[in-house]
Every structure is written in structure tokens, then in C-alpha cells.
Design a protein around this ligand. Structure first.
Ligand code: KIV
Ligand code: NA
Length: 266
């Protein structure tokens, strides 16, 4: 199967819903790829993989290493890699250097960056130089220190109007896809109507052109998750069960048995 392309994804606006999931490793990418239109190497790997308190400390090295693994593990979905905090905000040229490094080192087709009107010039700069960009507005986790937490955005009319303006600015700057995270449902729908690129909702609206979840959240790897997560599995309990089973058999000398051991060939 040939890999999907950025223009084909862009053309899905208003059509079949777009399926996006996060992936950080080659094996997970292999398993998700047949079911996904786009795999996002999210900087959520800071919390999910590295146990960091937020996405703020995530580095370029982490994003490049995991991005390359996901490209190697996929063959059908478009792969987009998050630009880590600090790698793009200082200006368009700085952002271009970071984005080019990500595409060169990973083989991914696109980068994602957070922010609204303040990032529009940077998005246009990248897009104008051949780098497809996914935008991300609403609840932008890299701004947790400024926002004061991960609460839903757009509760007041003023904040909703600002986020709508952010969405328009990023779409008008040429982003081919826009992630809308953690906003009032009506705002998610308004943004989807207002912008020409497809929107991907996460705690946004069923009216978005597609949906994304953090795969480990969706798999039930974490005890606490935001309201917008739906669990399709209870993987944490299953892993604990497997570990407990292994531990009991090792301690009870029930593993390994004949079946797992090598003997000279006779
Ligand atoms: O880092 C991430 O996983 C993301 C998605 C939740 C959109 O940005
Ligand atoms: Na992210």
C-alpha cells in the first residue's frame, strides 16, 4: 500500500472523518498504521514514555529518535512529529532549522507546532519553504506554565473569540491540518466551519473533521485521564496481571519448564 500524502489528507475536509493516533515506537506504529490516516509522534511522549511532569522539558533528540522509529514502523499513514517547546517560538528561521532537522532525521512528512496568531508568520515561513505544518490551538500543553493547568479553554466569550482568531490565523497561514484541543464543544464546531483545512478534535467536537487520542490513554495505561479520553482497553490491568503471573511462576519454580529450555539435539 502506498503511503497517504499531505495533499490527500488536506482534501479530506468535510469528507470521511480523519483518524489520528499518537505513536512513539516502531512496534506501536506497525499495529496502529493500518487503522490510521495520520500517526502523530506527540511530545506527550514526555509524560507517557519519560515520566516528565509536562511536555516543556521534551528535547529535539527525543522527538527525532522516536519520530524515526515511527516512520520505520509505518507504511500507510502520514507521520507528523511535534516540534518540542523551545525549538520554534523564537522566530521563523529558528523554527525552519528545527523543522528541517526533524524531517531529515526522521523521514516524517510534517511537523506540528502549538500556538495561534503569534505563530502564524512562522507557519507561513515553513509552508512557503516546503514543510507541511499541523497547527494546534485551544488547550496548548506546552503553555501549561502560562495557562496554569490543563482545564478546558474557551469558556468565556472573549477567550472563545481569541481561540477562533488563532485557528483562522494558523489555517490562513497554510497549515494543512489543525488540532483543536480541550475547548467548549460549540467552539470546536465553530472553528471547523470557519477554517478551510481539516480540524482534528481532542476534547473539542464531534463536528471536527477527524479525532485524535493519545494511544496509551485510549488503551487504559493510566489511572487518571481527562474527560475527553475514551478507554478502548484496560492495558494497565492486563500488564499487571501478566507481571504477577510471571513473578508467581518464577518464585514457585514453575517457569521455565521443559518447553522453554534447550537440550542437545539427539
Ligand atoms: O502530544 C500529543 O500527543 C498531542 C496530541 C494530543 C494532539 O499533541
Ligand atoms: Na503535543
Amino acid at each position: 500500500m502506498k503511503r497517504l500524502t499531505v495533499p490527500k489528507l488536506q482534501a479530506m475536509k468535510g469528507g470521511d472523518p480523519i483518524v489520528m493516533l499518537t505513536a512513539y515506537t516502531a512496534r506501536m506504529a506497525q499495529l496502529l498504521d493500518p487503522h490510521s490516516d495520520i500517526l502523530l509522534v506527540g511530545d506527550s511522549l514526555g509524560q507517557v514514555i519519560y515520566g516528565l511532569p509536562s511536555t516543556v522539558p521534551v528535547t529535539m533528540e527525543m522527538m527525532c529518535a522516536h519520530g524515526a522509529a515511527v516512520v520505520r514502523g509505518s507504511w500507510h499513514a502520514v507521520v507528523a512529529v511535534d516540534m518540542p517547546f523551545g525549538s520554534y517560538e523564537a522566530g521563523p528561521e529558528r523554527a525552519f532549522d528545527s523543522a528541517a532537522r526533524i524531517l531529515k532525521e526522521t523521514g516524517a512528512a510534517a511537523v506540528k507546532l502549538e500556538g495561534g496568531e503569534a505563530m502564524a508568520e512562522t507557519v507561513a515561513f515553513l509552508v512557503g519553504r516546503g514543510i507541511p505544518v499541523v497547527g494546534h490551538v485551544g488547550l496548548t500543553p506546552q503553555a501549561v506554565n502560562a495557562l496554569g493547568g490543563y482545564g478546558a479553554r474557551g469558556r468565556s466569550d472573549a477567550e472563545a473569540a481569541k481561540i477562533l482568531a488563532d485557528a483562522r490565523a494558523i489555517a490562513d497561514a497554510g497549515a494543512f491540518l489543525l488540532v483543536v484541543e480541550g475547548v467548549m464543544e460549540s467552539l470546536g464546531a465553530d472553528i471547523t466551519r470557519a477554517v478551510s483545512c481539516p480540524t482534528i478534535g481532542i476534547g473539542a467536537s464531534a463536528a471536527c473533521d477527524g479525532q485524535v487520542l493519545v494511544t496509551e490513554d485510549m488503551l487504559g495505561m493510566f489511572e487518571r485521564t481527562p474527560r475527553f479520553v475514551k478507554r478502548y482497553e484496560d492495558l494497565a490491568a492486563r500488564i499487571e496481571g501478566a507481571a504477577a503471573g510471571f513473578a508467581a511462576e518464577v518464585r514457585g519454580r514453575a517457569f521455565p519448564t521443559e518447553e522453554q529450555l534447550y537440550r542437545p539435539k539427539t
